[in-house]
Design a protein around this ligand. Structure first.
Ligand code: PPS
Ligand code: ADP
Length: 632
């Protein structure tokens, strides 16, 4: 195919160098891009004819920058591409040029996963030198750790190809780049309009001994696609096709395979990858890697939203509500503690409040100083607190998911890289809380934990749960019951009985149960939690103190008991998706305890559950070994 080659994202990821073009708007970016495409032979002759025709129509000499307009309108609209990207080839490899018209767009594109660049091409005008905008771009490159930078000094024709001018601008821009930690790879003098020093070295600048622009780019190294790093697939969108739900996004890092169990962060939902639906369609794909845009179908088809990050359980990203950021502030108004902003990380958006400004970095001297506010174009380290858990990576570990932008209303007001969590939200209280699990255990005579009762409606979960609560209470234990029926009138009142809604119901109950367990109580949960993955999710949320109790009774028995008349209603079709009748119940394969209420009398069932609970949570092993009565 001639002209602009629409590469499959997988190919592009494996072979291309992603180069972001930075520079002042008037410094000739469009012309340079047009030239690069033409002079490298990427452009078919019909394109040149089209540009010629367009130039003629507008009564102008041949104008390379029209090419960009022409390309813009037919740009690849792939599901994950939201930056202006053009591609070209040299004999060595393929390139994606990422263009961003303005300053905020540049920053936004630089930090969004789609634009993750290996290198930058910084364009300056030979007549004007390093303008404010070039400096800001350079600062942002420094902030993002993009150190492979080629500088092109354009419009050398307008300074008579003067070596002294080239040298002066080179010295100026190099000094600035050095101050933000970047050593330019090479500084190429160009006349993009005339193609001087684009592919071959120019005869008009014999004093210049370095490589042409394309030679310089070919000398750069592509950062290896982070396929061997932890999986991070930020969910960009969820599409519904027929009855299928396709979760789409671009893999930032890692590899995924059909059959693997994904965990979504920060929600904690889990589901297996059923199929990979690639775009454009590739038959029977079973594996996908960093850089690829993929669509996945899940089993079960759980409800996930844009902003969640698909990961593997063993290498999930940390979550926290307080994080420390390195910031580049763009807005005219200074940033002050207390500001409420939106933090966009990959595809997620979080409402955050700026808690403190640790220090500001002086742009000119790069020294740090304490400050009450961060002014426009200053770099700073700040701490923000989110309203809910934020899944993130440290920029130093995984740049793709470790950077973002701050947004105020619709405006991008800052670019950030994540330094670390300030406080791990899972261990929220190291300073404020003076009572730890050990102290609670000693005071209560038992540790906190979760007794999770699963079973059909009418199997006896509520009966056993309330009876156990009473027995434990009589022993002086701290305990409470969380019953599905009651929770659904408050905490889960927005939820129905689809498999996803049940999972969400389970997740919420598990989160609450975990809080109770951390506070030292035995939380007795009575929830149908019908599918295995629902209970696995609960176990994941709760962690160590989780015990799964199968309250077993045949469907026929439950139906005969029918304490609430629900089975009769379900049989008459008055209730949809009723567990055991028109929705599945998967019995636990290896529960911690199974109680057959169909054969065991109620009192015996309660005795069994009580002794199991006491054995599980009484005192610490040490206290028991010392002969202390665990029931005190
Ligand atoms: N369609 C359908 N399927 C199952 N159950 C239904 C349904 N509609 C209403 N109910 C009533 O809701 C109670 C189950 O809620 P849970 O929160 O335990 O269910 S789940 O864990 O989310 O599956 C359940 O209570 P229990 O009988 O105590 O189990 C019912 O009273
Ligand atoms: N061994 C038993 N254990 C628990 N409940 C039993 C047992 N035998 C009979 N039942 C009866 O079964 C019914 C179970 O209802 P419930 O506890 O509300 O179930 P669930 O909460 O699982 O829907 C109650 O009426 C209870 O008296």
């Amino acid at each position: 195919m001639e002209g602009i080659v629409a590469l499959h994202p997988a190919l592009a990821a494996a072979r291309t160098l992603r180069v972001v073009i930075a520079g002042h708007v008037d410094h000739g970016k469009s012309t340079l891009i047009g030239r690069l495409l033409h002079d490298t032979g990427t452009l078919g002759p019909e394109r040149v004819t089209a540009v010629e025709a367009m130039s003629k129509k507008r009564g102008m000499p041949f104008e390379w920058s029209f090419l960009i307009d022409a390309l813009q309108s037919e740009r690849d609209q792939g599901i994950t591409i939201d930056t202006a990207e053009v591609q070209f080839r040299t004999p060595r490899r393929r390139y994606v040029l990422i263009d961003a018209p303005g300053h905020a767009e540049f920053l936004k594109n630089m930090v969004s996963g789609a634009a993750g660049a290996d290198a930058a091409l910084l364009l300056v005008d030979a007549r004007e030198g390093t303008l404010e905008q070039s400096r800001r771009h350079a600062l942002i490159l420094g902030l993002l750790g993009i150190t492979q930078v080629v500088v092109a000094i354009n419009k050398m024709d307008l300074v008579e190809y003067d070596q002294a001018r080239y040298q002066a601008v080179t010295d100026e821009i190099s000094a600035y780049l050095n101050s933000v930690g970047i050593t330019p790879w090479v500084v190429v003098p160009l006349a993009a309009r005339h193609g001087e020093n684009i592919v071959t070295r120019s005869a008009l600048m014999p004093w210049y001994e370095g490589p042409s622009l394309v030679e310089a780019l070919d000398g750069l190294e592509a950062a290896p696609a982070p396929t061997d790093r932890p999986l991070r697939l930020p969910v960009q969108d969820v599409y519904k096709f027929d009855d299928r739900r396709i979760v789409a996004g671009r893999i930032e890092s890692g590899t995924l395979k059909v059959g693997q169990t994904l965990r979504f962060a920060p929600s904690g939902k889990v589901a297996r990858i059923a199929t990979i639906e690639n775009w454009p369609a590739a038959a029977d794909q079973t594996i996908a890697k960093a850089g690829e845009a993929v669509g996945l179908t899940l089993d079960p088809p759980i409800f996930v939203e844009r902003g969640q990050i698909a990961t593997l359980a063993e290498a999930a990203p940390p979550t926290a509500t307080r994080i420390k950021l390195r910031l580049f502030w763009l807005a005219r108004e200074p940033l002050r503690p207390g500001a409420r902003l939106t933090l966009r990380l990959a595809t997620a958006e979080h409402t955050v409040t700026v808690e403190r400004i640790d220090h500001v970095v002086e742009v000119h001297t790069l020294e740090t100083r304490t400050a009450e506010l961060v002014r426009r174009n200053e770099t700073a380290e700040i701490e923000v607190v989110g309203r809910t858990a934020i899944a993130f990576d440290r920029h130093a570990d995984l740049p793709g998911t470790g950077r973002g932008v701050l947004i105020d209303g619709y405006d991008v007001v800052g670019g950030v890289t994540i330094l670390d969590a300030t406080v791990d939200s899972r261990l929220l209280f190291p300073t404020e809380r003076r009572v730890d699990a050990q102290a609670r255990r000693l005071a209560n005579g038992h540790s906190g934990g979760v007794v999770w009762l699963t079973g059909l409606s009418g199997s006896g979960k509520s009966t056993l749960a309330t009876a156990l609560e009473l027995r434990l209470f009589a022993r002086g234990w701290q305990t409470t019951v969380l019953d599905g029926d009651s929770l659904r009138t408050g905490l889960g009142r927005d939820l129905g009985f689809s498999t996803e809604d049940r999972a969400e119901n389970v997740r919420r109950a598990a989160e609450v149960a975990r809080l109770f367990a951390e506070a030292g109580l035995i939380a007795i949960v009575a929830l149908i939690s019908p599918e295995r993955w629902h209970r696995a999710l609960a176990g994941d949320v709760v962690g160590d103190g989780f015990r799964e109790i199968f309250v077993k009774a045949d469907l026929a028995i439950c139906e005969q008991r029918d304490p609430k008349g629900l089975y009769a209603k379900a049989r008459r079709g008055e209730i949809q998706s009723f567990t055991g009748v028109s929705a599945p119940y998967e019995a636990p394969e290896t529960p911690d305890l199974a109680i057959d209420t169909g054969t065991m009398p109620i009192d015996a069932a309660i005795d069994l559950l009580e002794s199991f609970t006491i054995t599980s949570f009484a005192g610490s092993a040490k206290r028991v070994a010392e002969g202390v009565d665990p029931s005190i």
